[in-house]
Design a binder for this molecule. Structure first.
Ligand SMILES: [Zn+2]
Length: 90
């Protein structure tokens, strides 16, 4: 017995679209780059990240709720064109 506990062995994040919790690896990390939402599939880019299911329906929900500016602490609407292209191409 090592005595170590693994309380967060499976990291979870909340999807900013449907607001459901999911395993981090099932969500797409979004970061802010030059005033737009950029996909960060490897989760390696610096800065604040928001998480969303990589599906159009969750992306639409997040945009409608203005969840990205809130989650990324940005002012005003963010460009999601690149993100949408990425999600729709999957
Ligand atoms: Zn979702």
């Amino acid at each position: 017995m090592s005595g170590r506990t693994h309380a967060r062995a499976r990291p979870e994040r909340t999807c900013v679209g449907c607001r459901e919790r999911a395993a981090k690896r099932d969500l797409l990390r979004i970061v802010l780059i030059k005033g737009g939402c950029a996909p960060d599939p490897r989760g390696t880019l610096p800065g604040r990240g928001a998480y969303v299911h990589p599906v159009p329906v969750c992306l639409d929900l997040a945009v409608r709720r203005r969840a990205f500016p809130r989650a990324l602490r940005a002012q005003g609407p963010l460009d999601t064109a690149e993100l949408r292209e990425y999600v729709e191409a999957r």
